[in-house]
Design a protein around this ligand. Structure first.
Ligand SMILES: Nc1nc2c(ncn2[C@@H]2O[C@H](COP(=O)(O)OP(=O)(O)O)[C@@H](O)[C@H]2O)c(=O)[nH]1
Ligand SMILES: [Mg+2]
Length: 321
């Protein structure tokens, strides 16, 4: 996506996302902050491992993952040993600094575009993750930025899935291409590139069938789709975006692992962030696999997608509530 087309995400959105019912009762970060502010025992006695364990537990529960959690608690521990931290401000600053460092590579996410010819985005993920919806929303975002979009249904198994995608395509004023029922999904991808070149379109979004990351045959099929795209058009796919449901927790890491073995995942679309209070998964994905979250899905309507903004995310996580 060109700079011009980039939509500025609002600070408020991410902050709002973390304010789900569950969070509101006793927000994770409020608890972390409380821990820093009120646990005077810790200040009096110096390092308190019990309290550190509590912080560790909070972070794991918020989906920060083992690696990022250890990195964060290590830092706090070091600060404690030096006799620093544990005022609310210092604890927050220590955590914020570390998370910010982890997310640094994701600070200015952009979608790669082709220098010439159509830009191709391959959308992959398990069943129900939000692939088709994300294709619709992303297509809308790109169309709003003046791009002429072709949406291709490389899910040739389920007629319902094709119809769902077709309806999204017509709503966003994009072109639509389907394959034959039960046909080869790689052939759909191939035809889509042909069509996009012939019609001089800007972007091709390829929706694929849901598949379990542990299903060998289906993962091989995905590798084949990718190979056919690569052969057909140099530089494509320009992005392979894995759609992950933010509510599945640490299983998202397993999904990324599985899909990365089959295709070159360049970024993540984190869907359903509106239904999750555990935004820590963004940090876990970056810290454990170095794959940036590029887009976040925040609802079921067309406009409910935005480019991930690390700064806004941090502010949301540490917002006073
Ligand atoms: N709340 C919410 N629901 C979403 C979001 N993205 C997708 N969904 C819903 O998740 C369900 C599965 O989405 P779908 O796109 O069909 O998943 P697919 O099987 O991966 O193609 C649908 O009911 C969508 O409306 C999101 O960002 N927020
Ligand atoms: Mg689908």
């Amino acid at each position: 996506m060109g700079r011009k087309a980039q939509k500025r995400p609002s600070l408020i959105t991410v902050a709002r996302l973390l304010k789900t019912e569950q969070e509101r009762t006793k927000g994770l970060w409020q608890r972390v902050v409380d821990f820093g502010l009120t646990d005077l025992r810790v200040l009096a006695r110096g390092l308190d491992l019990e309290s550190l364990e509590l912080l560790e537990e909070f972070l794991l529960r918020a989906d920060f993952g083992v690696r990022a959690t250890l990195r964060l608690t290590d830092r706090v521990e070091q600060a404690l040993r030096r006799g620093e931290a544990l005022s609310q401000v210092q604890l927050t600053e220590t955590l914020k600094e570390q998370i910010s460092e982890i997310l640094d590579p994701a600070r200015r996410v952009e979608l790669i575009t082709a220098a010439s010819g159509p830009t191709v985005y391959l959308i992959v993920g398990v069943n129900g993750a939000g692939k088709t919806t994300s294709v619709g929303k992303l297509g809308h975002l790109l169309a709003q930025g003046g791009r002429r979009v072709l949406v291709a249904a490389a899910d040739t198994y389920r007629a319902g899935a094709v119809a769902q995608l077709e309806s999204w395509a017509s709503r966003i004023g994009g072109e639509f291409l389907r394959g034959q029922k039960g046909g080869d999904p790689a052939a759909v991808a191939f035809d889509a590139l042909d069509a996009a070149e012939a019609r001089g379109l800007d972007v091709v979004l390829i929706d694929t069938a849901g598949r379990l990351h542990s299903n060998k045959d289906l993962m091989q099929e995905l590798t084949k789709i990718d190979r056919v795209i690569r052969k057909r058009l140099k530089g494509a796919p320009h992005e392979t975006l894995l759609v992950l449901d933010a509510t599945v927790g640490q299983n998202a890491l397993r999904q990324l692992e599985g899909f990365s073995a089959a295709v070159d995942v360049s970024g993540i679309i984190l869907s359903k962030l509106d239904s999750s209070s555990r935004g820590g998964i963004v940090v876990a994905l970056q810290e454990e696999y170095g794959v940036p979250v590029k887009l976040v899905g925040t609802g079921e309507s067309l406009a409910d997608i935005e480019m991930f903004d690390a700064g806004a995310f941090l502010e949301g996580v540490f917002a006073e509530r």
